[in-house]
Ligand binder design. Structure first.
Ligand SMILES: CC/C=C\C/C=C\C/C=C\C/C=C/C(=O)SCCNC(=O)CCNC(=O)[C@H](O)C(C)(C)COP(=O)(O)OP(=O)(O)OC[C@H]1O[C@@H](n2cnc3c(N)ncnc32)[C@H](O)[C@@H]1OP(=O)(O)O
Ligand SMILES: Cc1cc2nc3c(=O)[nH]c(=O)nc-3n(C[C@H](O)[C@H](O)[C@H](O)COP(=O)(O)OP(=O)(O)OC[C@H]3O[C@@H](n4cnc5c(N)ncnc54)[C@H](O)[C@@H]3O)c2cc1C
Length: 670
């Protein structure tokens, strides 16, 4: 790109002059303080100066193989950079540095084949190994002497973990496990990095010892030779083929033919197989082997927020540059951002990115606190974490995908260009709705927790804070609608309580009519998913309001105003989306709904002058956005033309297919 960087589009420049608040203040809030902002920027500078982000050919013009090879090259150099310069800046082994995650997108428009190494392999080692095992594998993994992935899903089963078919049978004579893939559907499928990149893998398999199956357990398996990278004898491994996104993630398949691993390769922090084959079951909780999934679900809420902030930055900046149609005859064409319908498409994206980011931070802290309880031997808080992480992962990834697609609609035809980056962002987030637990499945997990909480509250027991509204509802507390933050949250809790109550009633009625619990549950699952979603909405609304209040306590008035405008926009938006439910379960009236509609439309007008500044406050560098439509300077048309001119398809004036096919066709000689 030879465009002069700071020759800014005049419309965008004017937008920035309208800003009523100090952008840096909001940036600091989301980074967690001034120092964190400065550390993040330092990290970004180092990565950007490394030259690693440069591609000779645009990624989208490469073949699949070239993209993969390019992604491996970058992953290797990036890993080296992380071990050297970045480690000095961030502090050794600081995995909680969101800055690293953000800047990684400057290197990879698509996915790093090493994603699962840090995303799941290392966390599984940390969470599932005994201290002796940790000492063997963790330093090697951190030092990238071994590169790993996480192979759980099979061709025939993803959701139903208990149905996995791969077996790990203990042979006490040799003190080894024999891994085997008994059927076609038992082949591991989908694991990121497995196709071509990794040499080690966490494998989830049914454990058999002394002729008894003890269910799924985790095993550390070397699958490729460390020197030649050839699959080891007894291993069948490869890439599963092109997909909607994740093109450079080399998702793979894996089969075992009686492949032997030492006994010590079973990850034994929670359950053990002793030398003689005696099984020692986990002392505290049966689902501790699912811990890495919980960890990733928690991080995916952050992914939803981050990717949405990228999409909405692109779409808002583009909407400030793009002029189209006329509002009144013979008037100049307005910026499309001036259309209330466009504001309706986009401002909710800004508010949602804030809501999800603050919820993600809160969930991360909850996760850390549960881990610390567990270290002390207390697993009492795990069910609530599982319920929270399940519904938040489901709802945030799903909402983010819809809103990212809405950002693409908001960019008209140009949004369909890969160079806008919106299709990449969408296909990445669309996958997050499915992997690490499909949307429906995770909401049903939360529903299980909610029904139990209802039964506990009914029995007079205390329930955890996120569901304390159930107790209030059972005590007969009636909802009286108030259009304040707190009033709206209470009404959304009343909706959730009402829906859970109906689910419980439905299950009981069905059982009274003769069905067993499983069938009664099954026939109620449509309502259960709906109830869990309603619960999740109330959690997000409450967390967003609380966190904004807490974080802006010492902010300037102008920042308080604009942050609160977004909170109110979010609350109004969801009130208007859920009028049916609110009319059913709260005391909201037609008049209240009219008021909320007017308030929502007024908020769009209030937010409009700050829209560009608000997306600037996500502080996303052009190199991270990768977008012809969303760059800071707003030189949209120049970029689109330059990229078209550089399109490899235009390298020759006449394509050879003309001579081969079109000309013979034209001349009737084909
Ligand atoms: C840049 C990005 C950054 C990071 C991302 C990194 C990588 C991203 C890229 C791609 C990675 C993708 C990876 C994957 O997809 S890995 C595969 C993930 N697979 C799944 O998520 C499968 C989903 N299925 C399940 O989790 C389970 O099968 C299911 C929970 C649906 C059911 O499990 P099971 O049949 O064993 O249990 P139940 O009988 O239903 O329940 C019994 C009991 O256990 C409780 N439970 C279930 N799960 C958990 C858990 N994780 N933690 C705690 N408790 C759990 C459940 O609620 C029941 O409790 P109770 O009602 O009290 O009996
Ligand atoms: C991009 C990508 C990367 C991935 N990476 C990995 C990886 O690294 N490692 C790994 O192990 N796996 C990985 N996966 C696999 C992923 O975890 C699974 O695809 C996911 O858990 C869903 O399982 P499934 O594909 O079996 O879907 P299915 O379970 O077959 O779901 C299909 C449909 O059936 C519905 N359904 C299924 N069971 C029920 C039920 N009990 N009640 C109601 N409805 C039901 C679902 O809601 C869904 O609509 C990846 C997947 C993708 C797309």
């Amino acid at each position: 790109m030879v465009l002069k960087k700071y020759n800014i589009n005049p419309d965008l420049a004017l937008e920035r002059q309208k800003c009523t608040f100090d952008i840096e203040e909001i940036i600091n809030i989301f980074d967690g303080g001034k120092e964190k902002t400065s550390q993040r920027r330092k990290i970004e500078d180092v990565v950007l100066k490394s030259g690693l982000c440069h591609d000779d050919v645009p990624e989208e013009c490469m073949s699949l193989k070239e993209r993969y090879e390019n992604a491996v090259r970058k992953s290797c150099f990036f890993s080296k950079l992380m071990k050297t310069e970045l480690q000095e800046i961030t502090g050794i082994e600081d995995f909680e540095t969101p800055a690293i995650r953000r800047i990684a997108d400057a290197l990879f428009k698509d996915i790093s084949p090493f994603l699962l190494h840090l995303g799941m392999f290392v966390p599984t080692i940390i969470g599932q190994c005994t201290s002796e095992q940790l000492m063997i594998w963790l330093p090697k993994a951190l030092d990238l002497q071994i590169i790993g992935g996480y192979a759980q899903t099979e061709l025939g089963h993803g959701t139903f973990i208990r149905g996995l078919e791969t077996t790990a049978t203990y042979d006490a004579d040799t003190e080894e496990f024999v891994l085997h893939t008994p059927t076609l559907t038992a082949h591991k499928w989908w694991a990121g990095g497995l196709g071509k990149t990794i040499n080690h893998c966490i494998v989830v398999a049914q454990l058999y010892t002394k002729g008894v199956c003890y269910g799924t357990h985790l095993f550390m398996v070397q699958i490729r030779d460390l020197d030649t990278h050839m699959p080891l004898p007894g291993i069948k491994v490869g890439e599963i083929g092109p997909r909607m996104g994740f093109s450079s993630a080399d998702n793979g398949f894996l089969g075992f033919n009686n492949f032997r691993i030492p006994r010590n390769n079973m990850l034994m922090k929670h359950a053990q197989v002793q030398k003689d084959g005696t099984y020692v079951k986990p002392a505290r909780h049966g689902k501790l082997t699912y811990q890495t999934m919980v960890f990733v679900r928690v991080t995916l809420v952050n992914e939803a927020a981050f990717n949405l902030s990228k999409a909405v930055t692109i779409a808002v900046r583009y909407s400030a540059v793009r002029r189209q149609s006329e509002m009144r005859p013979n008037e100049p064409e307005p910026q499309i951002l001036d259309y209330p319908t466009q504001q309706h498409k986009l401002f909710i994206g800004i508010a949602t990115a804030h809501a999800f980011q603050l919820t993600a931070n809160w969930l991360w802290n909850t996760f850390k606190s549960v881990l610390s309880d567990m270290k002390k031997g207390d697993v009492g808080t795990l069910p609530e974490l599982h319920a929270l992480s399940s519904c938040l992962k489901a709802v945030c990834t799903s909402d983010a995908a819809l809103l990212i697609e809405q950002c693409r609609y908001a960019c008209g035809g140009h949004g369909y260009m890969l160079s806008s980056n919106l299709p990449y962002i969408y296909s990445f987030v669309a996958a997050t709705r499915t992997y690490e637990g499909d949307y429906t499945i995770l909401l049903l997990q939360t529903a299980r927790f909610l029904v139990k909480a209802w039964e506990q509250a009914e029995a007079g027991k205390t329930v955890t804070p996120t569901v304390s509204y159930i107790s209030r509802s059972l005590k007969g507390e009636k909802n009286s609608w108030r259009s304040t933050d707190e009033g709206i949250i209470k009404s959304f809790q009343a909706v959730a309580a009402g829906k859970i109550a109906l689910c419980v009633k439905s299950i009981r009625d069905r059982m009274k009519s003769g069905l067993d619990y499983e069938d009664a549950w099954l026939l109620t699952t449509v309502q259960l998913v709906d109830a869990a979603e309603a619960h999740c909405r109330s959690v997000i609304l409450e967390t967003y309001c609380n966190e904004v209040r807490r974080l802006t306590k010492s902010s300037s008035d102008n920042v308080k105003i604009v942050m609160h405008q977004l909170v109110t926009l979010y609350l109004s938006y969801w009130t208007l989306q859920r009028t049916g439910d609110l009319l059913r379960y709260s005391s909201i009236s037609e008049k209240d709904i009219d008021f909320m509609q007017r308030q929502y439309e007024e908020l769009l007008q209030h937010i409009r002058p700050n829209a560009v500044a608000l997306v600037d406050a996500f502080d996303l560098r052009d190199e991270i956005l990768h977008s012809s439509l969303g760059a800071y300077d707003g030189r949209v048309y120049e970029r689109l033309m330059e990229q078209a001119e550089n399109n490899p398809m235009n390298a020759e004036p006449v394509n050879q297919s003309f001579h081969k096919y079109i000309k013979p066709l034209l001349q009737g000689k084909l």
